[in-house]
Design a protein around this ligand. Structure first.
Ligand code: HAM
Length: 422
């Protein structure tokens, strides 16, 4: 019979790498919690129209990458390609925007885009995201970027670069749009590109074809069209970032893959990841909430790709210090020892010791092999002698040294606690 295989282009995590995935995810969430963000857990599918309206029809995400299907009730459903639109929908639907502002939420989970799979680009991938909704305060822009930056640093990353720009307010964008369209109208473009440019002319800055890159080389840049309010705002964001010792590079040609951005936008790039170098990105989205039927509130957030951050950590070899080994692996020899050890390890676990045991009556050799493979810091063999004396020898698996200990949960856990302290 043919073996089943995972669908094409999905990422999946199983031991031992799944532990690294979890470390990365939890470190990405931790600074958001420190800043008062709380969990929002949303469905992975929504009405297709939410993404069409929220993410924007000129985007690749909406025009060709959505997993869309009809459900049994004839409704058009789409697997979420990103998190912001769903958060807006839920905030509006559940009246969170009428409570304490800003609404600060974080989320983590799978997202779906029918992209051409390659290293770092998957059809099901994972993001940690945050959204802060309610104020256009530039200090909030800095907070959101600080959270991502702090998370990356806590994972030991140092080689990434933060790029930022400002897409300005509506009037800055309108002034720029007129000039950009004038410029684009002089170019000879294919029908599809013209159609895209009509919906969002900024998209042409994102076109990967060399002839378009060349044609757009002298196109007017939005950053030069910021009005006083937008430019003052951007200056405040930059100075807040400098105050926080966060270094950044201005990239006026940055185009995010989603259409809802206004004002500050940013991307974190990791140079060791090849073509899929964006480890996270986000920005402000001023009109999104009202466009989706809610109050006219500003918001800002980011999405960080867990898959890519994990790859970056592996490239920088930064995770080894964060891996928590099993503390103790116990090897019982014989039935009586097994019963004794089963009880002992449950007691040790209650006091917070991470402990596992050699199941399956593998004897001394097989048991010690399992202890080695488990990556445990310490091993303990319990046979008839140890049972009768209630004294055992704990093996330091790294040095091979043996240390005697009484075989009670309290003696063993205080021994391990002492080692951890030293
Ligand atoms: P995004 O830039 O489309 O933004 O995605 C955020 C991150 O998700 C990317 O930087 C990348 O690391 C990861 N990512 C995206 N697509 C893939 C893929 N096919 N395979 C692997 N990783 C991928 C958003 O999704 C916005 N919702 C972020 C945001 C939140 N903006 C404001 N609030």
């Amino acid at each position: 019979m043919n073996k089943f295989a995972a669908p094409k282009g999905v990422s999946e995590y199983f031991p031992p790498r799944s532990e690294l995935f979890e470390i990365v995810r939890d470190h990405l969430i931790a600074p958001a919690k420190l800043a008062g963000y709380t969990l929002i857990e949303l469905p992975v599918f929504e009405d297709t129209a939410l993404f069409e309206r929220g993410v924007g029809e000129s985007t690749d995400v909406v025009s060709k990458e959505m997993y869309t299907f009809e459900d049994r009730g004839g409704r058009s459903i789409t697997l979420r390609p990103e998190g912001t639109a769903g958060v807006m929908r839920s905030v509006i639907e559940n009246n969170l925007d009428k409570g304490q502002l800003p609404v600060k939420v974080y989320y983590a989970g799978p997202f779906f885009r029918a992209e051409r799979p390659q290293a770092g680009r998957y059809r099901q991938f994972y993001q940690v995201g945050i959204e802060a909704i309610g104020y256009g305060d530039p200090e909030l822009d800095a907070e959101v970027i600080w959270i991502a930056d702090t998370a990356f640093k806590s994972l030991g990353l140092s080689k990434y670069e933060l790029q930022i720009t400002s897409l300005g307010d509506a009037s800055s964008r309108a002034a720029h749009r007129v000039e950009l369209i004038k410029y684009i109208n002089k170019l000879s473009l294919d029908e599809e590109t013209v159609r895209k440019a009509q919906i969002n002319p900024l998209r042409l800055f994102d076109d990967k074809r060399s002839e378009i890159i060349e044609a757009m080389a002298d196109a007017p840049l939005l950053i030069n069209y910021l009005n006083d309010a937008s430019s003052t705002n951007f200056e405040k964001v930059k100075s807040a970032l400098s105050d926080l010792n966060i270094s950044f590079k201005i990239n006026p040609k940055m185009v995010r893959g989603l259409d809802y951005y206004t004002g500050t936008t940013f991307e974190f790039i990791h140079p060791m990841l090849g073509a899929q170098s964006g480890i996270g990105g986000g920005g402000r989205y001023d009109g999104l909430m009202s466009q989706l039927g809610g109050a006219d509130l500003s918001g800002i957030g980011f999405g960080i790709g867990i898959d890519r951050v994990l790859m970056a950590c592996e490239a920088e070899n930064s995770l080894s210090k964060l891996i928590k080994n099993i503390d103790l692996f116990v090897v019982p020899i014989g039935e009586d020892a097994k019963a004794f050890c089963a009880k002992l390890i449950m007691e040790l676990r209650k006091s917070g010791v991470v402990v596992d045991m050699a199941y399956g009556d593998r004897g001394l050799k097989g048991g010690m092999k399992a202890a080695d493979k488990s990556g445990a810091s310490f091993g303990l063999v319990v046979g008839d002698d140890e049972l009768s004396s209630k004294l055992g020898k704990i093996k330091d698996m790294k040095s091979g040294e043996f240390i005697s200990s009484t075989l009670t949960p309290s003696a063993i856990s205080s021994f391990l606690a002492k080692i951890a302290r030293d």
